[in-house]
Design a protein around this ligand. Structure first.
Ligand SMILES: [Zn+2]
Length: 677
């Protein structure tokens, strides 16, 4: 929020075919078209069978607009996927506890005041305080979290919370009388129109609209849909009063994903006015270079722009217009391969401040604003669904494990930045006095951790992530139960429950990080085939109740260079960034948490990093060597440095909480640097 690599892109795009080896065993080569099903250019309203719609939005009338782009992989509905015991379910429960700890009346207080309704609630603090211009944004996130959490966890209390807030917001909207709904007055939009300073009024409206749409989609709350329509009507009238120049000036102030929400509302209602209003939220100056494959991202505020591209991706789905495909596709590849850390995260000081491929000076206290990863994952799911290319899920897995897991503490508090500079630590919000943008996206993220594990293409299943979980496919009478202790163990077991035989393929993602010795066993018999990293292992057969298969995915230890500086490297094990544990010396609770009252801080104190991440390479070791690291016997996914003055233990970064850490290691030969390398 502004207040104020894996494989290279070329490698990725070059290979558009993945091999898939079938067991019992009809070899199958599946082609992954990177730009599938392009429809005709032009406006919306195409009636071609839209694959994605049914799973996202409850009953869709055939008369409503649907996607022109045929999705090659659709996520299973959230309510059909359940997390099983493990760290992801634990994290979801912690977040649930956090959500339920926030009183409803405090979440709607500012809305009631703005609508002239009585409220005796104690106002929230931080970015929800009554004098802060972003107030109301978190309530929108909260509604999304209620909807997503209800669908994914089946937790009735979240639906009740969401329904109660929606009912209260409806009264506020009614009180205001013109469709407008916010916790601040319309004068903020007058200032926006006049080019006067104001924080981000449409950003806030977007969160509320998106929250209402999520309450409609996942909790079937029609009142929430009516609220969103009122807000969209008001927005349409506001924008109609502005010529394009003034509108473009207004769009320089962060506006979240207004375009995406308006397109979603159009898809739900069929009202073309909403589509037309969505088109007003488009910046040719930003999209044009992307469509032409030019990286002009330097100098931009990161989290302002990712949601705008998500809107472009949604527009592509609805229209089939290849321009928006190129905007989204090029943007994604450029950000993930030229502007990201080993964690999958992007942004430094909330911006892209360097040329592509150079992050040599981007290790700071203010790296990786968490919202950026939330939004990049959302975009990744869209691109994946167009192509079913498993390599998008390599990125998803990397970012989920390294840049999302670990950003919540044991009480459900969330992070803003993730420092990449050695010697810092994780810094979390306070329960009632922060309400950062990242608190909001974090509350959503941990409400939907199950949303990208399983996809389908109407006949076959795709298993993308190794997380203990179960997916039901009622239309096929199929349930798949996934049991795993990934990443502590290399094996993942899948148990089939089939009411009737399931005649189809189960495609298991074979990650790009795969090491030697991968294997698969079906009903205790080894199968004589496997597939390459970055592809699917396709097992096609008549699946019977009780079938069980076990996939073994060995991980390897390696390093990855910081973009632009081969002497600074992260240690990786499979998809995991390993972090050095640098201890808790001098680290107080106050240094790890935002204040309970007074002005909010986004990051820990600046002057206190401690600990070194310099590695002296032994003779014969080069920059790519991992000889300076060895596994610790008897402790899964634990390593220690070799031949260093002070040994350091490394574990998966997402497990390092409450401690100083190192992610990037500065490599040098003993006594000498790497001059001339
Ligand atoms: Zn944020």
């Amino acid at each position: 929020m502004s207040s104020k690599k894996g494989i290279s892109r070329r490698q990725f795009v070059a290979s558009a075919v993945w091999t898939a080896v079938a067991a019992e065993i009809a070899p199958t080569i599946a082609s992954a078209a990177l730009a599938p099903g392009l429809g005709a250019n032009g406006g919306p309203g195409g009636q071609e069978a839209g694959a994605g719609q049914a799973s996202r939005i409850p009953p869709v009338s055939p008369a409503l607009p649907q996607n022109r782009v045929k999705l090659l992989a659709e996520p299973f509905p959230l309510e059909n996927v359940r997390l099983l015991e493990g760290p992801f379910l634990d994290a979801a429960k912690v977040n649930l506890g956090y959500l339920l700890s926030l009183p409803e009346d405090r979440l709607v207080h500012n809305f009631r005041v703005n609508a002239g309704l009585p409220s005796t609630a104690q106002p929230l603090g931080g970015w929800e305080a009554p004098e802060v211009e972003l107030r109301g944004h978190f309530t929108g996130h909260y509604l999304s979290a209620c909807g997503l959490g209800y669908a994914s966890l089946g937790e009735e209390q979240l639906k009740q919370r969401g329904d109660a807030i929606v009912a209260d917001l409806a009264k506020c909207q009614q009180g205001l009388g013109n469709g407008y709904l916010s916790a601040f007055p319309t004068s903020f939009f007058d200032r926006l129109k006049a080019g006067l300073g104001v924080w981000a009024p449409f950003y806030t409206l977007h969160k509320i609209m998106a929250g209402c749409l999520d309450m409609y989609t996942y909790c079937h709350n029609n009142q929430a849909l009516a609220i969103a329509e009122g807000m969209a009507d008001w927005t349409g009238k506001w924008a109609a009063g502005l010529d394009d120049n003034v509108m473009q000036r207004a769009l320089k102030t962060e506006w979240g994903g207004m375009n995406e929400s308006l397109y979603n509302l159009y898809a739900i209602t069929g009202n073309k006015e909403y589509f037309a209003t969505g088109r007003r939220f488009e910046k040719p100056s930003f999209f044009g270079p992307l469509a032409a494959h030019r990286d002009e991202l330097k100098g931009l505020h990161v989290n302002t722009h990712i949601p705008e591209v998500i809107g472009a991706a949604r527009l592509y789905e609805l229209t089939g217009d290849p321009y928006y495909h190129e905007v989204a596709n090029y943007f994604w590849h450029e950000v993930t391969s030229e502007r990201s850390y080993a964690t999958g995260g992007t942004s430094n000081g909330e911006g892209w401040d360097t040329d592509p491929g150079d992050m040599s000076k981007a290790l700071s206290l203010w790296s990786e604003e968490c919202c950026c990863e939330y939004n990049t994952l959302k975009l990744t799911r869209q691109l994946y669904s167009w192509s079913a290319d498993p390599r998008y899920m390599d990125y998803y897995e990397r970012t989920l494990f390294n840049a999302r897991m670990g950003t919540q503490d044991a009480a459900g508090m969330k992070m803003y930045y993730t420092p990449m500079q050695t010697g810092f630590w994780r810094f979390f919000n306070s329960r009632f006095n922060s309400f950062w943008c990242c608190t909001g996206t974090g509350a959503e993220e941990f409400s939907k951790l199950s949303d990208s594990i399983y996809f389908h293409n109407r006949s076959d299943v795709f298993v993308n992530l190794f997380i203990p979980s179960q997916v039901r496919w009622p239309e096929k009478g199929l349930t798949i139960r996934q049991e795993t202790r990934f990443p502590d163990r290399e094996e993942t077991a899948f148990l089939i429950q089939a009411a009737q035989p399931f005649d189809g393929a189960i495609n298991i993602r074979v990650p790009s990080w795969i090491g030697e010795g991968a294997s698969v066993q079906l009903n205790e018999q080894p199968l004589p085939a496997f597939s390459n990293g970055g592809s699917y292992l396709q097992i096609r057969r008549k699946w019977a109740n009780g079938d069980r298969f076990i996939v073994k995915l060995p991980m390897t230890l390696r390093t990855e260079a910081l973009l632009g500086d081969p002497t600074q490297r992260a240690a990786m094990y499979g998809p995991l960034v390993l972090a050095g544990r640098l201890g808790t010396q001098g680290l107080t609770k106050q240094m790890q948490y935002d204040h309970d009252q007074g002005p909010t801080d986004l990051a820990p104190p600046r002057a206190a990093p401690e600990g070194s991440s310099e590695i002296a390479l032994a003779p014969g070791q080069d920059l790519r060597s991992i000889g300076w690291l060895k596994p610790v016997e008897g402790q899964p996914v634990t390593f220690e440095t070799v031949g260093q003055k002070t040994p350091v233990t490394l574990i998966p970064f997402y497990r390092v909480i409450g401690e100083r850490y190192a992610i990037y290691w500065k490599l040098a030969r003993s006594g000498r640097g790497f001059e001339g390398v």
